[in-house]
Design a protein around this ligand. Structure first.
Ligand code: ADP
Ligand code: MG
Length: 439
């Protein structure tokens, strides 16, 4: 049935659409009235529900004269809420490319990790630990903001160690899972089993230990787990969003033990690294994206890598919906709708004019005026560019706010700057600075 449905979609959709929506979906189960289809994200789910669901019903009817309607589930949510129905969860886990036993994501390897200024130390330490576990940096502690690759590196260590020694016992848990396992073991009187499980591993990866804050009993238990592993020269790797001594209510003795090894921070990636990451992801997804578009996206999203990936998914989805090739202007359109939700405080054109005129030390009157000297024209165009990019005002409205200029002048300014920033690094930096000031 699924192949039949796929063929039907192949006939009626463009190739990009087909690759984006259909290839990424998987049928999970069929019941009397429903077919359960797994899709990768909420964006996919929405698209299926709005655009493809009725066709499924029609096509299934054509195939089997039965009335079956589709239900969509999002991949990871499905996996989490899947404690009932073991068989189902097992096939799901395989599909999700998790190693069932150790919960490592297949995508988080050293191969897929892009090295840049913000993470090279962490990357180097991770490699050392994977190759010489338990001897040099124990524990290894990564700290840094969300979405910067801590979890990725941690999984990479696990994969690498298994590659070198397939019999190694690797265990990855979030700090919450550790806490839950511990509490369950008390309730079910299976503490013995809990301890055996955690203390017999060669590599223990505990993610996001800032959530140990306030959990007295769990900290106590973790202290003993730590000691047992450490004494056995087993490798421990921990992550947190901050340094151990900045975690509220983390016991002194844990803090001091964590300091026995190496702590490395991961900082946000610079522009080059962001571009490299996007390029790698685009290649992995077999997406054809011009270089200037990759730089554009990397320039828009400068905080964290998870958002960077989100932007790429969005651009891809947008291209599929609109049946267009991926270009810089398409990316701009796709990401524009992301901006308002990112920036709850609404910027006005005047805010932008004020900041830009101050930044270039010219008067507001000149900025809005008609003088054609370069020292004024460029800031004016930048201000127009930013007004277009960061506010929801129409082009004529922006023109009006700049001393009554025509909307084609605004478009011209926007396109000129948009092109210039892909080549002129200094200009790009300046604009980033102005954006920071606007925040
Ligand atoms: P954290 O645990 O620090 O919040 P993650 O490890 O979950 O961040 O990373 C968020 C996303 O960004 C993941 O999909 C990860 O694969 C990706 N990512 C992070 N750093 C890199 C990198 N250096 N190269 C490639 N992908 C990365
Ligand atoms: Mg993480």
């Amino acid at each position: 049935l699924w192949n039949f449905l796929k063929e039907k979609f192949k006939e009626s959709l463009s190739k990009v659409s087909y690759d984006t929506w259909i290839e990424s979906a998987n049928p999970i189960r069929i019941t009397e009235n429903n077919i359960i289809i797994e899709v990768p994200s909420s964006l996919h789910k929405e698209y299926w529900e709005n655009n493809l669901a009725t066709r499924i019903v029609e096509n299934i009817y054509e195939y089997s004269s039965r009335e079956i309607s589709p239900l969509f589930v999002i991949k990871n949510e499905q996996e989490n809420s899947n404690h009932n129905g073991r068989q189902q969860s097992q096939t799901l886990i395989q599909k999700n490319s998790f190693r069932k036993d150790i919960q490592l994501n297949d995508k988080y390897t050293f191969d897929t990790f892009v090295i840049g200024k913000g993470n090279q130390m962490a990357h180097a330490a991770a490699l050392v630990v994977a190759e010489e576990p338990g001897t040099i940096y124990n524990p290894l502690f990564f700290y840094g903001g969300v979405g910067l690759g801590k979890t990725h590196l941690m999984h990479a260590i696990g994969h690498q160690m298994l590659l070198l020694d397939p019999d190694a016992k690797v265990k990855y848990v979030s700090s919450e899972t550790f806490a839950n396992d511990f509490i369950n073991s008390i309730q079910n009187k299976t503490q013995e089993k809990f301890r055996n499980e955690y203390r017999s591993v060669d590599l223990l990866l505990v993610d996001d230990i800032q959530f140990f804050a306030d959990k007295e009993g769990t900290q106590e238990e973790f202290f003993h787990t730590f000691n047992a592993l450490y004494d056995d020269r087993k490798q421990i790797v921990l992550t947190s969003d901050r340094l151990p001594n900045e975690i509220p209510k983390l016991q002194e003795r844990l803090i001091s033990r964590f300091a026995w090894g190496l702590s490395v921070d991961i900082t946000p990636p610079d522009l080059e690294t962001r571009i490299a990451i996007l390029r790698k992801k685009a290649n992995a997804e077999r997406l054809e994206i011009p270089d200037d578009t990759l730089s554009y996206i990397a320039g828009q999203i400068d905080s964290n890598i998870r958002e960077l990936e989100g932007a790429l998914v969005r651009v891809q989805a947008f291209a599929a919906i609109e049946n267009r090739d991926i270009t810089t202007s398409l990316a701009a359109d796709a990401l524009k709708s992301m901006l308002p939700s990112n920036k709850p405080n609404i910027l006005s054109i005047l805010d932008i004019q004020n900041v830009v005129s101050k930044y270039y030390q010219i008067s507001l009157t000149d900025l809005k005026g008609k003088k054609r000297v370069k020292a004024i024209v460029l800031p004016r165009q930048i201000a127009m560019f930013l007004s277009r990019e960061l506010t929801a005002n129409s082009l004529p409205k922006i023109g009006a706010e700049f001393g009554g200029k025509d909307h084609t002048t605004v478009i011209h300014a926007y396109e000129k700057i948009n092109r210039a920033i892909t080549k002129d690094y200094q200009l790009k930096q300046d604009i980033e600075e102005i954006k920071n000031k606007l925040n």
